[in-house]
Design a protein around this ligand. Structure first.
Ligand code: XIL
Length: 388
């Protein structure tokens, strides 16, 4: 009887934490594995008493003991239509990033008319589920509204006007979400690839000049002084010319007292390229500058069909990045770019590739998911008997 009561209390507590759905009143409490409920109410003693370690807990529970946010990109169409998606998003993650709905083309499709609906819906979902919101993204050369790119291209928007438009966009968006968004990717993908990266030749660089990044950071900071301000890019997980370009920029901005607080590493990995095994050393140098770090968009793609070699490679890839984060004192968040293959962006963008997320199309855990659980659990070391 006593046992059942403990389990019930645990389940109720978990239910309260993980209540999901568009209307909280009707949503059934999400099923949380019994182990999770026990761990939550009894300080993970289940793992100690049952003999075998219980690593099969929601990622957010396992990450909590490290003070690490574990996040996912959220597809708002899936969130509205798919109950399993909604429940899992609430159950597994303590942070969310809008996969698309906070991008400029989505927020302001028509000049001067902001469409806040979907982004506000995500913020409400996050608040109901005790999740933090990572804002993505204020300035990016991609997914810009046509009125803006067309206007700049045909000269009807000149440099002075573009500067005002950018300042106004950053100010409006950051103020709208003030106190609701923990951190912003202020500029996304600012550098080119290759051996000698330079600032990408975007409309921002062309018309506002090379210090547009510093400007953007200052405007964002004025609009929400408490928000953490990040730069974010892909192919910078390792120590390489592009990550070094960010490191040098970060040093310069900090020296100039520009409000830069974090560096985001997207972490879109592909098994055909080398594993970013230097990620801990790479993150450490940003950490030493006093910056937060975060993996912001992790997925690990490969050419289909999968096989056991590829699955193993995928486990290693996810775990390499998660371990790098856990080894870095101020690595605050590990976010996957979609948690189920059912809605992953990968097959649509990379011909022949897929299977890039931790859960399959039916929300069943892959080895990659188990690997993340194990790394998070190992790092907590609940069975520590080391007398060495
Ligand atoms: C992707 C989304 O996942 C897609 O749905 C969209 O069509 C294109 O953008 N780097 C980023 C993300 O910073 O915003 C991108 O997201 C993936 C690459």
């Amino acid at each position: 009887m006593k046992k059942i009561r403990i389990a019930m209390v645990g389940v109720l507590a978990a239910g309260a934490l993980y209540t999901v759905g568009p209307s909280t009143a009707t949503a059934a409490p999400t099923q949380v594995p019994l182990g999770a409920a026990q761990a939550q109410s009894k300080g993970n003693s289940a793992a100690r008493t049952s003999g075998a370690p219980n690593t099969d807990l929601p990622l957010r529970l396992l990450a909590k003991q490290h003070g690490l946010g574990i996040g996912t990109a959220v597809d708002m169409a899936a969130l509205a239509a798919d109950t399993a998606y909604r429940e899992r998003a609430a159950q597994e993650f303590s942070a969310v990033t809008a996969e698309n709905v906070m991008k400029w083309s989505e927020l302001e499709p028509t000049r001067g008319q902001y469409n806040w609906g979907p982004a506000d819906e995500l913020v409400r979902f996050a608040q109901r589920n005790g999740q933090k919101v990572h804002g993505h993204t204020l300035l990016w050369h991609s997914q810009l509204p046509a009125w803006l790119t067309d206007g700049v291209a045909d000269g009807s928007i000149d440099s002075a006007e573009l500067r005002e438009i950018v300042r106004n966009h950053i100010t409006t968006v950051v103020k709208h979400f003030r106190g609701k968004v923990r951190a912003w990717d202020v500029v996304n993908e600012a550098f080119t690839d290759g051996d000698a990266p330079v600032l990408r030749d975007t409309i921002f660089r062309q018309h506002l000049g090379p210090d547009y990044i510093a400007q953007a950071l200052r405007w964002a900071h004025a609009a929400d002084p408490k928000a953490k301000l990040f730069l974010n890019d892909y192919a910078i997980d390792n120590i390489n010319p592009k990550s070094t370009a960010y490191y040098e920029l970060a040093k310069q901005l900090r020296r100039q007292r520009v409000p830069l607080h974090g560096q985001g590493f997207q972490g879109h990995l592909d098994l055909q390229y080398p594993l970013p095994i230097d990620a801990p050393q790479n993150l450490a140098r940003f950490d030493k500058l006093g910056l937060e770090t975060a993996f912001t968009e992790v997925d690990v793609r490969f050419f289909l069909p999968g096989d056991t070699y590829k699955e193993a490679g995928q486990v290693g890839s996810f775990n390499t990045l998660l371990s790098a984060c856990l080894l870095t004192p101020r690595c605050v968040m590990f976010t996957v770019w979609g948690f189920t293959d059912k809605y992953s962006w990968v097959p649509g963008f990379f011909d022949g590739q897929g299977s890039a997320t931790p859960l399959d199309e039916n929300f069943q855990p892959k080895a990659a998911y188990r690997g993340l659980q194990q790394v998070l659990a190992v790092a907590s070391d609940p069975n520590n008997r080391r007398g060495f």
